[in-house]
Design a protein around this ligand. Sequence first.
Ligand SMILES: NC(=O)c1ccc[n+]([C@@H]2O[C@H](COP(=O)([O-])OP(=O)(O)OC[C@H]3O[C@@H](n4cnc5c(N)ncnc54)[C@H](OP(=O)(O)O)[C@@H]3O)[C@@H](O)[C@H]2O)c1
Length: 360
Amino acid sequence: MKNERLTCAILGASGYIGQHFARMLADHPYFEPPLLVASERSEGKRLGELWQLAEPPPENLADAKLIAATPSDLARQGVSAAFSALPSGTARDVESELVRRGVSVFSNAADHRMDARVPLLVPEVNADHLALITARPRPRSILVTNPNCSTTGLVLALAPVDRLLAPRVVHVATYQSLSGAGYPGVPSLAITDNVVPFIREEEEKIREESARILGRRRAHTVVPSPVPVLAHCARVATREGHLEAVTVEATRRPRLEELETAWESFDPLHDLDLPTAPCPPIELRREPDRPQPLRDRWAGRPVRARGMAAVVGRVRWTPPYLRFFVLSHNAVRGGAGASVLNAELALRTGLIGRAEGETE
Ligand SMILES: NC(=O)c1ccc[n+]([C@@H]2O[C@H](COP(=O)([O-])OP(=O)(O)OC[C@H]3O[C@@H](n4cnc5c(N)ncnc54)[C@H](OP(=O)(O)O)[C@@H]3O)[C@@H](O)[C@H]2O)c1
């Protein structure tokens, strides 16, 4: 894998998710340092001067200039993979055009998430949905999406206990951080001393996307899970990390120890040894006051997988109701890191590779 580094680009590199992409791809073992693409508003600016994250920008990219580039520009430059942090609405045509031109796209945007032939992927949960692509003749380039940032933590926590509980219904109430709205996001006067009990389209996305991810693949399609997921979504004044309070109404009655073991032993990607895969993907906390965004948002080992683990805690099992909290880093596990992990899986399973004509 060492000599197989692919050329890549970040679309929306000036934005919040774009900067997390830059952080995670600056020295990636499978990808060359990325080209930084944004709109004409940011063209010519240095990444360092736009930087908004708490930790400093990667040294090798701080002075790199953002470019405005079309899909054909990127294809001409031999880009093999594009990591998309474009806004919904803008992403649809750009991503489709890139794929048509032979560039594989790993996207955070919502536009293609529900397309029948596009995997909506959380590798630990539904890696088999990549077969939506392999069911066809091997394409030159592929499009893979990751879910909305609050869906990712939820499905990671549900997947290991799904079979044990056979849920009848899932309720979730979210406490979503400010960075979930990108930069600059929610006006400070609207959120200081406040909680806003509305995030546009979020409750619908959680319901539809989790049904798709937890659904079963049948040949070329996914049959969505029939279990209703009923969400309340609220914006709170934390910086990063979405906390979710989950109640599962179960039809089966496993012992609490079985549920805990299912979470703690869950590690379906272990043998693949993907660089950004957290090991383990779920950290179970037994203290009465965890998980907390401030203390747990960077959960995930090894160092490259910081922020990629979901933290489950405050587990209460009073059959038929299982209650717990789950926390996941919205911009890492629910954003840039999700796309990077999807790309690593696609590369490792042979779905993407070096662009035609490209040499080492
Ligand atoms: N924030 C999260 O936690 C999160 C999590 C999961 C998924 N997402 C999704 O990820 C995407 C990015 O979110 P974000 O929070 O990073 O948003 P953001 O901070 O507002 O960044 C948006 C980026 O898109 C670029 N852009 C806007 N219009 C463009 C155009 N017409 N052509 C090219 N580039 C354009 C912007 O470039 P300029 O600066 O040059 O305008 C900026 O780099 C969205 O689809 C969002 O729904 C976000």
